[in-house]
Design a protein around this ligand. Structure first.
Ligand code: SAH
Length: 261
């Protein structure tokens, strides 16, 4: 990479030390959304421990690092969280520069908090390197403003993972705010989520965007409504990774479409 010296000096402090773990976000998929310091760390790491959402294109920037995959693949269950943290600790104790690389941002539905906690407990030095969370990149790619004066004053990032199970988020309360919601990991639970949001007062015609594989090969998107989204996901074969955007901001897409991307 050709960076001017000033940028190089900025990203080289602090130095990636042997025996340290850097917990980093790789952004939504396309390498253009890597931060400068994460791109630099990929080139310097001895070992990269990565999830399924870190794209091949991003990993191809690694020069000499060993790559260790700890995500879900081919329907097999993912490596247990405890085993991942044990691995990170082991590698750090061997004196490696360990880059723990996750899709999006490590602290947004990325279990970065849990891993950092385990490293702190074991007295292993670590840093958190933020990444662009997928929701922001996906909204931008879809021409949907995350916030818009006159339309929204807040935006909720929620996980749909546990929708409908005891102790889950109060979706009806979220509906009452009237503010837009971006649902991560919600493809298989969107039926339940939509029902709860409508019970909470959101109109059934509320626009919903489904943004799949944003910035990745195979990127697709569609617009539906709260009433139709579950059936449309099924009919059009949308699958993870996808984000579901619910609220009036989605209708801005029409106004902004046709602009150069
Ligand atoms: N830490 C990540 C989120 C990990 S949870 C982040 O900040 O983005 C995994 C979920 O993120 C997926 O199920 C999907 O809902 C979402 N996701 C991640 N990358 C995505 C992408 N490129 N396009 C659409 N959704 C994505």
């Amino acid at each position: 990479m050709h960076l001017n010296e000033k940028i190089q000096a900025i990203i080289e402090a602090p130095v990636f030390q042997p025996g340290h773990v850097w917990l980093a976000g790789a952004g939504p998929g396309h390498p253009r959304y890597l931060t400068l310091e994460v791109a630099d760390a990929i080139g310097k790491a001895d070992v990269i421990v990565h999830d399924a959402l870190v794209s091949e294109d991003v990993l191809s920037l690694a020069k000499t690092a060993d790559l260790i995959f700890v995500g879900k693949r081919g329907g097999k269950p993912s490596v247990a969280q405890d085993d991942i943290t044990t691995k990170l600790i082991e590698l750090a104790r061997e004196g490696k520069r360990v880059l723990r690389l996750k899709g999006g941002d490590p602290f947004v539905f990325g279990r970065g908090g849990e891993e950092a906690e385990a490293l702190a407990r074991e007295n292993i030095s670590f840093r958190i390197l933020p990444g662009m969370t997928s929701a922001l990149a996906a909204l931008a790619a879809a021409n949907i403003p995350a916030t818009m004066r006159g339309i929204s004053r807040a935006i909720t990032l929620a996980t749909g993972h546990a929708a409908g199970t005891p102790g889950d988020l109060d979706w009806k309360a979220l509906a009452k705010t009237g503010e837009p919601i971006v649902v991560y990991m919600g493809v298989s639970t969107i039926g339940t989520i939509a029902k709860l949001l409508m019970e909470g007062g959101l109109p059934s015609e509320t626009p919903v965007a489904v943004l799949m594989a944003a910035t990745m090969p195979g990127e697709r998107s569609m617009i539906a409504t709260l009433a139709t989204v579950e059936a449309e996901i099924e009919r059009q074969n949308f699958a993870a990774p996808a984000l579901i955007v619910i609220g009036r901001i989605v209708s801005m897409q029409t106004a902004l479409s046709g602009q150069h991307r």
